[in-house]
Ligand binder design. Structure first.
Ligand code: ZN
Length: 163
């Protein structure tokens, strides 16, 4: 499967949510859960500001899906996200049996940018989703979002770094 115009629209909403998160003092990540028939079921953004570093939107999506969708509905759903799942979120995705994942930027891109800026690395390893969930169907990164998401990350993780 390739990236469609619908995918790009959903990713654009994820990046908007990431921007809202950053403006609220959280980290710039946003995600959507879309049903097999294309309906947006749930959306969330990062909410780590108050000290719970597990408040990632992809993790909230897994929880929501476990509580609201049957196994077939979960498998048919797609998760869109501004930044590729961390291992915690990837594992939650695998455990609840969600379907396709489309991400705007990859974990490897974020890790590389943090190194470039001299910013601290995340305390959890950066691994491709498919190393955590071997059967996951993933697509990304999507180049048209790279510049915008990189700028959000820079403002959050290395605000004193130019460019
Ligand atoms: Zn995560």
């Amino acid at each position: 499967m390739t990236i469609t115009a619908h995918d790009v629209d959903h990713l654009r909403r994820c990046v908007e949510l990431a921007r809202e998160a950053l403006a609220a003092g959280d980290q710039p990540f946003g995600s959507l859960l879309v049903s097999g028939d294309g309906t947006v079921l749930f959306e969330d953004r990062n909410r780590v500001r108050d000290g719970d570093a597990t408040r990632h939107p992809e993790f909230e999506i897994s929880r929501w899906a476990a509580n609201h969708l049957d196994p077939a509905g979960r498998a048919a759903a797609t998760v869109y996200t501004s930044g590729e799942h961390c291992p915690m979120c990837a594992a939650s995705h695998g455990w609840v049996g969600l379907g396709r994942i489309v991400f705007a930027t990859s974990g490897g891109q974020l890790a590389g940018w943090l190194r470039e800026w001299g910013a601290p690395a995340a305390p959890v390893a950066v691994l491709p989703i498919t190393q955590i969930v071997p059967g996951a169907r993933t697509e990304g990164p999507v180049p048209e979002f790279e510049h915008e998401v990189r700028a959000l990350y820079r403002d959050c993780f290395a605000p004193d770094t130019p460019g």
